[in-house]
Design a protein around this ligand. Sequence first.
Ligand code: F6P
Length: 380
Amino acid sequence: MSDIKKIAILINGGDAPGLNAVIRAIVRTAEKNGIESYGFIEGFKGLLENNYVRLDKSSISSGILQKGGAIIGSSLNTNVFNLKTIENGQEVYKDFSDKCVQNLKDDGIDCLFTLGGDSTQKSARDFSLKGIKVIGVPKTIDNDVACTEATFGYNTAVSVATEALDRLHTTAETHNRIMVLEVMGRYAGWIALESAISGGADVALLPEIPYDMDKVIAKIEERKSIGKNFSVIVVSEGAYPKGGSISVKNTREGGKGVINIQLGGAGETVAKEIEKRTGITSRNTTLGYIQRGGTPTATDRVLSTKYGAKAMELALEGKFNVLTVLKNGKLDYVSLEDVVGNNKEIGAVEGGTEDSNMRVVTMDDDLIKTARNIGICLGD
Ligand code: F6P
């Protein structure tokens, strides 16, 4: 058993439905065991500036389970091990992690809970090497955190994408159009693949399968030959054509120290190409941040609550420097070292790089087999 008395929670990265449910579960389990909880405001920024709030029964009681976003905010693209700062009018990247470690020691925080995706857990592991006790919880709508079968937020994103597909379907059918939906997911096609199945799409293009436009056109023509003059296509933001490259909207921070590429435009490219080649009016809709905001599904509320309670349970058992995971459908934990994978260097550029240890769709996944069995074209 551990002798922890005070814990703190921080969130890093894009919001995901279920964040507040995780906070609630951690704090409730902590209170039950006489442990005080705190939350750093805006994630690593709050940790660096030592800006935190007390989290207790009253702060988590006002309907936060069903609330989107996060009551303590989140830091975006913040790697305190390699953070942009201005010195003598010049932009420089510096390591501020020792200041964060000192803040945790001064505040008497015995364990830090890090709610985030691969880059957050990379920083968590880097803090563990500096002697901080950390426990990670896998958050992201992209479902791409290594070593776990599910991240919280993902189920809600799939539900939102499914509803969007249902709505696009009626427009496609009414106007005999091709309706393309670009969904998020970075370099993993989970959202695209699962929503294509649940939303009845005809084509799903994923980053894991560089697509052949001839195959996509053949699918559209095949549908036309049976009187279906419309098609619905899901395109993952990270999808790209065979021999081509990903659609980049923006490069942040000169590519240093953070997740440096903002994806966007893949859906528009696909829609334009289809219209050019088939003559059928084709329209793209980019679902964007609607996938990340708002109320979590029941599945995400339950998963978040399970992860939060498990994280606190691990702290009580003295199991630190781990990530809560789902393994064969059951709650479990793995070492942060395993989550980091090849990206071992402390403070290294992280998230969406070739070194990061993302969980992408594999060709033997049931979802791939199911999609192929029911005739969804995967662009190959
Ligand atoms: O990782 C979550 C996510 O929403 C991705 O799906 C998307 O590529 C990215 O974040 C967008 O990042 P930002 O909020 O910085 O625009």
